[in-house]
Every structure is written in C-alpha cells, then in structure tokens.
Design a protein around this ligand. Structure first.
Ligand code: ES4
Ligand code: ZN
Length: 326
C-alpha cells in the first residue's frame, strides 16, 4: 500500500488534539535557549530517546515536564499557530483544541494568559488560511476537584470564548463521577462537555461520562467495545468516539496499528472520528494517522470520506457550517 500519496481535498475536523501535545522537540530547545531554561537533556537526540512510552503515565510525565518552556502569551500563540498551520496542511478545516489550564496555573501562569495566546493564534492563522478553531478546557482528573472548580471559575471570569469542558490526564483510579459538580456548572454556563474515558480505564468510566457528566462526545472510548449495552447506547444516541490510532500504539493501548479496531468500530454503527491526540509525541498529525490506517487496512468503500463526514458531524460547528462542509 502506498502510504505517502496525498489524502485529497477531504475536509476534516480535528476534535481530539491537546495543544501542549503539539510542542515539538525542536521548539522545546528553541524556547529553552531563548529563556535560559536548563533542560534535563543535552540535545534533541537525548530527548527523542525518552519518547518510547510504556503506558499513559510514562507519556504524561514527559508531557508535563516539557511544558515548563511554555510561559508567555507569545509562547502559547506560537504553539497554537504552528499547530493550526500544520493541521491545515493535513486537510483540517476546523479544530477543537484541548488545553490543560491547571498544568500552567500550577506554574504561576494564569488561565487568561494561556487563553489570550491561543485566541491570538486562532485569529492570525484563521485570517491567513481560513482554518477555524475553538478551545476546550480540560480538567486534570488526577488533581483535586477543588483545583478544577477554581480553574473553571477563572476561565469563565476571563471572558474568553470557550467551546467546552473536557476531562484528561491519568485515567485509572480517577472516575468521571468525581467531577460531577464541575461539569454541571460548566454545562449550565453553556459549555459543551466531553471526556476522555475508556482509554486505559474500564467501560464503566464511559457510562459515568455519559450519565454523570452528560458528555456529548467520548475521547478514545476504546474499552466501550467490551460492553455490548454501552455500544448500543453510543450508537443509538449518536455519541461520537474520537479515536487516536497512533496514540493507541505508542501508549500500548493496542499492540500495533494492525490491531486498531477501525472495522469493529465502524461495524457497530458508532460515529467514530480519527484524531492525532498529542502529535508531537506519538508520531504524527491527522494526515499521518490517516496514512497509517491506510497502510494497515484496505480502506475501500470510501472509508476516508466517511471518516471526514463523521468528523464534521461530530464537531460543535453550527449547522450551517456543517452543511457547507458535508
Ligand atoms: C492525553 Cl493521550 C492522553 N490521555 C489522557 N490525557 C492526556 N493529556 C494529554 N494527552
Ligand atoms: Zn487525549
């Protein structure tokens, strides 16, 4: 199979990308040099050797450590702009970008600085290329509920436009139901709700995300396939799963791309989308994920077209823009 041919002009929405997970090794060294930050690695090669992850936590440790180079509004603007330009080149016409405000406020960087930088990136690259983007603030589920409540307070007080609230970080041991009050308040404020569930955690966490947090999409959701009643619920209610193939391989959720359950997922009738998760860490952007699938599977019957349409339908875009893209 040719894994390098272009993907054509199919318009995709990217619905599962952590903006801090687009921080490339070269950028880490550039920012560290500019700010006189001493990194615990001598060069890019030494850093690259650490990208051999054994599970979600082994990735998260490096992901949070590398964020120390992100400090100013300009840093967040540059990060967002580089991602949006790269995503546009991959065929992305709209991105709903996750950000982890608690990972920055703990280092003394206010929510308003992070959001101001990302909004400047969205405006600048939007004017340049026509790509659109919005922001989903994620709750770090391995931090106390009170920290999440205060993050939400400050995000709402900041006045910056926010599309939704999400839930991420270390999953097992931190069930969605812990954050019922935070999600209730976010939804009452008009935010959309999504949550990571069923990546390393059990199908019961997916049920909780739906029934306790009231989420409209589930991020990953791989383990939903273990529970036939849950599969039926997701399909019947058209709850999308935002799947991330290269992430699943690199975090050892699946042994290889050949085991990615694309066919099983599509056969259930669940609305599934393909996404890049943390592209600087997992081997690539949306186009790289799609090419990996095309290299592993016979994507006949216009599966790529279906995945593009699913990504539009699963987005939080207004109906008129969805219609224009479908
Ligand atoms: C994440 Cl792959 C993944 N899972 C959970 N939380 C995350 N934060 C950034 N990437
Ligand atoms: Zn994720």
């Amino acid at each position: 199979t040719d894994t390098t041919a272009p993907l054509g002009r199919l318009p995709f929405c990217e619905l599962h990308v952590h903006i801090e997970g687009t921080l490339e090794p070269a950028t880490i060294f550039e920012l560290a040099a500019a700010k006189d930050i001493r990194l615990p690695y001598a060069d890019e090669a030494e850093l690259a050797a650490l990208y051999d992850f054994s599970d979600l936590q082994s990735f998260l440790d490096l992901y949070y450590a590398n964020m120390q180079v992100l400090q100013t509004e300009d840093d967040f603007e540059a990060l967002g702009a580089a991602y949006l330009r790269r995503a546009g080149a991959a065929g992305v016409v709209h991105a709903e970008m996750f950000v982890d405000p608690q990972a920055h406020s703990v280092r003394g960087i206010p929510e308003s600085v992070v959001l101001a930088g990302l909004h400047r990136a969205i405006a600048a690259v939007g004017a340049e290329t026509g790509i659109t983007a919005s922001i989903i603030v994620c709750v770090l589920r391995d931090q106390p509920v009170d920290s999440a409540e205060r993050m939400l307070d400050r995000v709402l007080e900041s006045g910056f436009a926010i599309e939704g609230i999400g839930l991420d970080s270390a999953e097992v041991g931190y069930p969605p139901s812990l954050f019922r009050s935070v999600f209730e308040r976010a939804r009452a404020a008009g935010l959309h709700a999504v949550a990571h569930a069923g990546e390393e955690g059990p199908a019961s966490y997916v049920w909780e995300a739906l029934d306790v947090l009231g989420v409209e999409r589930v991020d990953h959701g791989n383990r939903a396939l273990d529970d036939a009643a849950l599969v039926a619920r997701l399909a019947a209610d058209r709850i999308p799963l935002t799947l991330c193939p290269l992430s699943n391989v690199r975090l050892r959720v699946i042994p290889s791309i050949a085991e990615f359950p694309l066919r099983r997922m599509l056969d259930t009738g669940i609305l599934v989308t393909i996404n890049s998760d943390d592209p600087a860490y997992f081997g690539g952007y949306l186009d790289d994920n799609l090419r990996a699938l095309r290299g592993a599977f016979d994507l006949g019957g216009d599966v790529l077209g279906l995945l593009a349409r699913n990504s539009v339908e699963a987005s939080f875009l207004a109906p008129a823009r969805k219609h224009a893209l479908l």
